[in-house]
Design a protein around this ligand. Structure first.
Ligand code: RB5
Length: 158
């Protein structure tokens, strides 16, 4: 069973941030990739690579597998609302995907939930809001403490 630990492993911080979207998140994905580059963060784009209609579970699956395999430590998923990506990604044990609509939920999802996937709604958020959420999410750490056992209780489910 995978358990959550409060210690951070510095070497993992250098792993690329995985990012994926469906057509509903395609435009925002491009802007997020530019922002990651501006921040000097490496990323790996898992598609989609055009605005043609696509099924969000396919990209959520690729990203969840990239994180669970250890190729990436953190990821960003974007669909129209963020809901389909959240539902799919959270089917994977060890994935803690947080659909965030503002900087407060982004901060809490890292401090309290140690979210390893940020989910955004490309048809819901303005660009400035989305980039603000991204920056807060990437720069906020897990608090550990009382939250560790709560996360371990999630891991022990089914
Ligand atoms: C696609 O039209 C849309 O359903 C998808 O992007 C997402 O919002 C699903 O949750």
């Amino acid at each position: 069973m995978q358990t959550v630990q409060s210690e951070r492993l510095p070497i993992l911080e250098n792993l690329p941030i995985a990012i994926a979207s469906d057509h509903g998140g395609f435009t925002l994905k491009s802007l997020i990739l530019e922002e990651l580059m501006r921040l000097g963060r490496t990323s790996v784009d898992l598609g989609v690579f055009s605005s043609e209609r696509a099924d969000y579970p396919d990209q959520a699956k690729l990203l969840a597998e990239a994180i669970l395999s250890g190729d990436s430590k953190m990821g960003v998923l974007i669909c129209g609302t963020g809901i389909g990506m959240s539902i799919t990604a959270n089917r994977y044990k060890g994935i803690r995907a947080a659909l965030c609509h503002d900087e407060y939920t982004a901060r809490m999802s890292r401090q309290h939930n140690d979210a390893n996937v940020l989910v955004l709604g490309g048809r819901v958020l303005g660009v400035e809001t989305a980039l603000g959420i991204l920056n807060v999410w990437l720069s906020t750490g897990f608090e550990g403490g009382r939250h560790i056992e709560r996360l371990n209780k999630i891991e022990r489910l089914l």
